[in-house]
Design a protein around this ligand. Structure first.
Ligand code: NOJ
Length: 565
């Protein structure tokens, strides 16, 4: 039995983020307090005791700003307000106080690459003539062709379909994502000023940090004559690419750092930056810049010992260079949940499904080996939580949730689903709605306890078996495993180092020790191996016994031990 750590009041600590367990709330799908089918701040406030019991260090809240939800809230109408569907600024303050009172910090999402097309500046741009200051805050260009009827370039958006859209007076604007998400022009000083205002606005309201959406996209260098899509693709992403991961993007983050450091403790930031190499990622994690960057390597890895080991080794080496702590992620609102990924046939590299497996719209859930997937996910999670650095967890993974594959097309919301065809669709073939289905809190009842007004995405019948209520207090349930692991982690987490135990690392087994004799052993294979000696602290599945009675570590299982000698 372990004792809960003292969570209240919030301890002043400028380094709180370095090894925090951060729980991502996708607000529309977490808990619905007002019964309109959409999760909200009232719902989050009502679940603070649940978060407290989970023993997380911080919440990362995905966008909650006014939005038409063309991209689940990543299309922001107003950066300094709360969407009325989600709550009010007063409720936001109440939520911050409730979280802080429970010893939980708050990171909010900031979306600086693009606004929504309903943002007052974009509306002003549409109402203003070519060449106006209002247009210069975004990226407008004349079209090609005799009458400008062709887009300025043949680029495709990240969600598929064209990246340029024409406005009534004939000009075109750039949107790297959906049509409703016009890209800002970060060469315009007012864009800089406005984001500094936004960051100060939320910092003043007690927000502890920021997750920076598309951090690698803000700076763009576009001549009058634009390169073609093929030319763009051929250009190296070495800091000089016209669109992505430009060296000068860090000038923006240096400005932000000055603002962050005016607060006590300094506000933190974590970059979502999809870049070519760990070295380039390190720039976003610089203490002169955002300070931390997501490392998505584990989201893209098969459940395989050598692959995991390489990823851990590379990323720890990288964080030693930057001085930042590394981040670990298995699931978030953009990817197939890890219980499901691990229940599908192994794939090399990215878990993007092509062809037959898993991509068919409306199915095929029967291709998922749910049991194996969950077993591996639990083992992977304990492995992650024993690593130095911060762990970013996604709502619902503590229930062992699988991806919901069977959402009728007509009910899908993800623009990435609608802008592509099954063949060229990214985000694992079905778009990203399957990991965004409202959480099941109760076994029965309206929307499994999510709220009184249904759920904005359809919940499957199997949610009844995995709801919070079903797992609460049940020894061995995934929820109880997460609770225990997070409580233990908070106590055991010491210096940000690990030592591989080469004697135990054999083939399918990875073992590493943290300071204080905390030993993590993960068996990635199918066959049981001998259990190393030590006091068992926690295991992701029941331990076994050999014919001679000696304890074993079964396949797809992680155990935490305290070394006895
Ligand atoms: C990354 C976010 O995580 C994703 O959900 C969003 O669609 C894009 N950025 C565009 O904002």
């Amino acid at each position: 039995m372990t004792t809960a750590r003292d969570l209240s009041p919030l301890q002043p600590d400028a380094d709180w983020w370095r090894q925090a367990a951060v729980y991502q709330i996708y607000p529309r799908s977490f808990a619905d307090g007002n019964g309109d089918g959409i999760g909200d701040l009232r719902g989050i406030i009502s679940r603070v005791p649940y978060l407290e019991q989970l023993a997380i260090g911080a919440v990362w809240l995905s966008p909650f700003y006014p939005s038409a939800l063309a991209d689940g809230g990543y299309d922001v109408d107003d950066y300094r307000d709360v969407d009325p569907k989600i709550g009010t600024l007063e409720e936001f303050d109440e939520m911050v106080a409730a979280l802080h009172g429970a010893g939980i910090r708050l990171i909010v999402d900031v979306v600086p690459n693009h606004s929504s097309d309903r943002h007052v500046w974009f509306q002003e741009a549409l109402a203003s003539p070519k060449g106006s200051n209002a247009r210069a805050r975004y990226i407008f260009r004349d079209g090609r062709g005799e009458n400008g009827e062709l887009p300025p370039a043949d680029w495709t958006s990240i969600f598929g379909g064209p990246a340029w859209t024409r406005v009534p007076d004939g000009q075109w604007y750039l949107h790297s994502f959906a049509t409703e998400q016009p890209d800002f022009n970060w060469k315009h000083p007012e864009v800089h000023e406005d984001f500094l205002r936004t960051l100060a606005f939320w910092s003043d309201r007690g927000v502890d940090g920021f997750r920076i959406d598309v951090a690698h996209g803000l700076s763009k260098d576009l001549d009058e004559v634009l390169p073609s899509k093929a030319e763009l693709q051929a250009m190296p992403k070495d800091g000089t690419h016209p669109l992505w991961d430009r060296d000068d993007v860090h000038e923006i983050y240096a400005e932000w750092r000055q603002l962050f450091n005016q607060y006590d403790p300094p506000r933190i930031a974590v970059a979502e930056a999809w870049v070519e190499t760990p070295e380039r990622r390190a720039r976003y994690a610089s203490p002169e810049g955002l300070g931390q960057a997501f490392n998505f390597d584990l989201m893209e890895a098969d459940f395989e010992a050598s692959h995991f080991r390489d990823i851990v080794t590379d990323n720890l080496a990288q964080s030693a260079v930057t001085g930042s702590s590394t981040t670990w992620v298995f699931s978030n609102h953009d990817g197939v949940r890890h219980a499901t990924r691990y229940g599908l046939a192994p794939r090399a590299g990215r878990p993007v499904k092509q062809g037959a497996a898993w991509v068919l719209a409306g199915g095929p859930e029967d291709q998922i080996d749910r049991e194996l997937g969950l077993r591996r996910a639990r083992a992977a999670t304990l492995f992650e939580l024993a690593l130095p650095g911060s762990a970013y967890l996604y709502q619902g993974e503590e229930l062992g949730l699988h991806e919901v594959a069977e959402i009728p097309d007509a009910q899908r919301q993800d623009p990435a689903f609608w802008r592509t065809t099954a063949d060229d669709r990214g985000f694992d073939g079905l778009g990203r709605d399957g990991c965004r289905v409202p959480l099941p809190w109760t076994r029965e009842g309206e929307s499994f306890g999510f709220g009184d007004g249904g759920a904005h995405l359809p919940q499957p019948a199997w949610f009844a078996d995995v709801a919070v209520e079903v797992q609460d207090g049940v020894a061995g349930s995934t929820l109880e495993m997460y609770r225990e692991a997070l409580r233990l982690r908070a106590q055991l987490q010491g210096a940000e180092t690990l030592q591989w135990d080469e004697r135990l690392c054999t083939g399918d087994v990875l073992a590493f020790e943290r300071p204080g004799g905390w030993l993590n052993v993960t068996n990635f294979g199918a066959d049981a191996v001998a259990l190393p000696t030590g006091d068992v602290l926690l295991a992701s599945a029941e331990l076994g016994a050999a014919t001679d009675g000696a304890p074993t570590l079964p396949g797809a299982t992680t155990v935490w031990l305290r070394r006895t000698s």
